[in-house]
Design a protein around this ligand. Sequence first.
Ligand SMILES: Nc1ncnc2c1ncn2[C@@H]1O[C@H](COP(=O)(O)OP(=O)(O)OP(=O)(O)O)[C@@H](O)[C@H]1O
Length: 423
Amino acid sequence: MKKAGQVALEVLNIAVALGSKTILHDISFAAKPGEFIGIIGPNGVGKSTLLRSLRGMCAVASGEVRMYGRPILAMSEKELAQHVAYMQQEVNVGFGFTAREVVLTGRYPYLKWWQSEQKQDYAIAQKYMVFTGVDKLAEKPVQQVSGGERQRILLAKVLAQETPLIFLDEPTASLDLVYQEEIFRYCRIMCQEGKTVLIIAHDIKQAAKFCSRLILLADGTVLADGKPQEVITKENLEKAYGLHSAVFINKVTGNLDIHTYEAAGTTTRQRAVHVIGGGGSAGKILRLLYESAYTLSGGVFQQGDTDADIALAFGIAAIVGQPFCEIEKIQAKENREKILAADFTVLCNLCYGQQNFDNLEAAFVARKLIVIEDTPIEERDYTGGKATTVYRNLLKLQQVVVMNSQQFAEQLAAGEGFYPVPD
Ligand SMILES: Nc1ncnc2c1ncn2[C@@H]1O[C@H](COP(=O)(O)OP(=O)(O)OP(=O)(O)O)[C@@H](O)[C@H]1O
């Protein structure tokens, strides 16, 4: 008997072995009605095994699984099927069955052995075929529908089971982007109606966009469990997938986004570089240097500026000032300290106004300075010529090397350094 406010699913310290191999261990979590939980993790980590165990299709070596307070081992197959509908990764749909017949099989937990489907079962099947947009295919043999349509027919079947819990094992595999999003949207609607959905997903960005919670598996257990932004961090992605990444909020979509990159030859961070930028001038330079394993600092950027966002995404120590304000004394001082502490400094192709003029003056203290020049200084000078004069004086200094950002990228990739002596 389900009661309001009850936990839908409890997983109490389970371990699962297949043959002699322990696949999962120390797994505990609880799921409430209305939660949309994405299960993510690398290939072979045990996501399908976990879902099968929670459905009672794979025995647990220790621990217990409960649905609405009842241990699943105490439930009959029919009772279980009234609690949870499960869409497996590989489903063999019987040859010659129409879409409607397939969806109607979702009603079997409610039929007595002597009964065939009733009028009401047909109505329920119809309702979910409409919901997943396959009602027009009702009389078509499932062998004659597309992969995407087939997935939606199978989803309608799972929904026709009308269970409070729904488990989906990669329901979006082999679907195009539109169908993938649709399945996630259907799930979100179902959760808003009070169901609990557990979905195995490989597309982390999509899972983060739609799921209310993510469970990340690694090394046979739960590495992280929480809201998408708590689970999808560069540290967790590195631990679980061995993936080097920057995690950030995409300003265009407003969604969590991930930038992945190949790690440089060395995993230990090498020489220290300070990047003077702002207004988006430093983004590419910061990314290139970070991916080449330099230890970075940057500034003085302005809050809300993409350079500040990029620094945040990569976990780079950045000096960030208030937008539309002159660089404050304390930030100017910190900027110079970082420049002095760095092995070399990069002055990006930034535009100068009164507010950020100190960024140009600070560059004079650099012992080694690379000046990125993609556009002539005159086109970037909003100080009435003052910045141009100071910039020209800067370029006369012996420690200054001038190049455009393309040359910078090429020299960095070549790994030869920027100076005749090591940087
Ligand atoms: N019958 C079996 N006997 C022994 N080991 C098995 C068996 N079935 C699967 N495994 C192993 O169990 C581990 C977990 O498999 P599982 O399919 O649960 O992983 P997964 O995370 O769902 O993978 P994927 O992302 O590739 O679908 C894998 O290492 C797999 O090789």
